[in-house]
Design a protein around this ligand. Sequence first.
Ligand code: ADP
Length: 472
Amino acid sequence: MRRWWPGRPTLRVRLTAWYMLLMALTLLLFSGYLYFRLERSLLAQVDATLQVTASQALTNLDEENGRLAFQNNEASRLVTARLSQSGFAVRLIAPDGMVWDGFGGYQEVPLWVPDAAGYRTVGTGEARWRVYSQPIQTPDGQSVVWLQVAQSITPVDDTVENLRTQILLGLPLILMLAGLGGYFLANRALRPIDRITRTAQAISASQLDQRIGYTGPQDEVGRLATTFDNMLDRLQKAFERERRFTADASHELRTPLTALKGRLGVTLSQPRTPAEYENALRDLEQEVDRLIRLSTDLLFLARLDQRRLPWQPQALDLSDLLGAVVEQMRPLAEDKGLVLTEEVPPALSILGDPDHLIRLFVNLLDNAIKYTPPGGQVVLRAGKERTGVWVAISDTGPGIPPEHLPHLFERFYRVEESRSRPSGGAGLGLAIAYEIARWHGGTIEVQSEPGHGATFTVHLPLQPRREAQKAD
Ligand code: ADP
């Protein structure tokens, strides 16, 4: 079977359909209510006139040969004639069902002996009557005679019927108009979304600088557009970071390789003594070490990024771990003529990965030692805080100018190329420290004033949060 609708109807069609359905239901309910109210009120009017007529008829009753009958004088005939002309049928029914007297078209009204006073609708189809029955005591007081006043309700039926026809004819028309209006409104409300969709379709990875730039009010659609633009901002930044990272990494790899190539070229350009060869090979070994360090760091960062490192947190005594790191770094500090001290309270314990944490603190101490001139001081302090522990490493080195602080933990970022080049750093040490802290659910921050040293503070929670190890 072929479907008449190609695929799923669009949102505007569905909105319009819902709108029409609700409108139809509302209209039907309202028209139904109107219909019944009108019928009831018209009948109530008829009932009121029937009762008035019954009172008039009562005043024209008389007794004839022990039976009740309508008076036969001039005035009474006038009244009955007028009532007959107005469409009223009046009769008197004896307890045995005999009609004693009557005027108007009372023969047409179906006959029955009422058992209670009140109103009743009798007859069918075209000829329906509303009848009011009222009991009257016979003059001898022995039995009850019924006075019945009836009026045809065909006009009421006609009016109600007319209303029904109007409703049935008008309803589809109103629904059609409502449908058109609904479609127009849905179209108007969804047009900005169409625009957003078109802009989004036009944005490709190479044109991430495009924005929707919605200028309308900040309603649902406005918020959607802003959220989309913000997401593009983040994506663009991430893409640029990625691109810069690749460029930086290639550059960092090329530098030692070019140095290697140059050194090899010079050495091989003429025959050398064994001592000269050994010298050259040692230089080459240094460059190769540098390359190995760099690729190890890159691999470590890549694994951290992909969250592919084994995660086995252990309960560890941070005080012991810090003590061991300081002892490991002490010879380096002493060689440079620095005083390295440690102020760590005993038994600071957290859950974490000891290898990674050693790497974090070695990187920070290594920097402090590397950048502090001889005669300076490096201090490692630690302590407890509300949610975990803090470890701060301060030095008396040259410090870091404030404009560099926000970028310090970015990959390959160096404050001064010339300052770090001889010491061999590629600008990955702090990035790795930052990622390890993050991996533990912690943070790392830096405070520094040029000329007054720098302090790097690491905050680690007592227990790493599981989400910290999940990929972004
Ligand atoms: P690198 O391998 O070059 O040391 P890092 O990521 O460890 O790279 O550090 C980035 C930059 O931050 C360094 O180039 C250096 O200029 C600066 N820096 C880091 N630690 C200190 C410090 N303790 N004192 C002064 N500058 C520092």
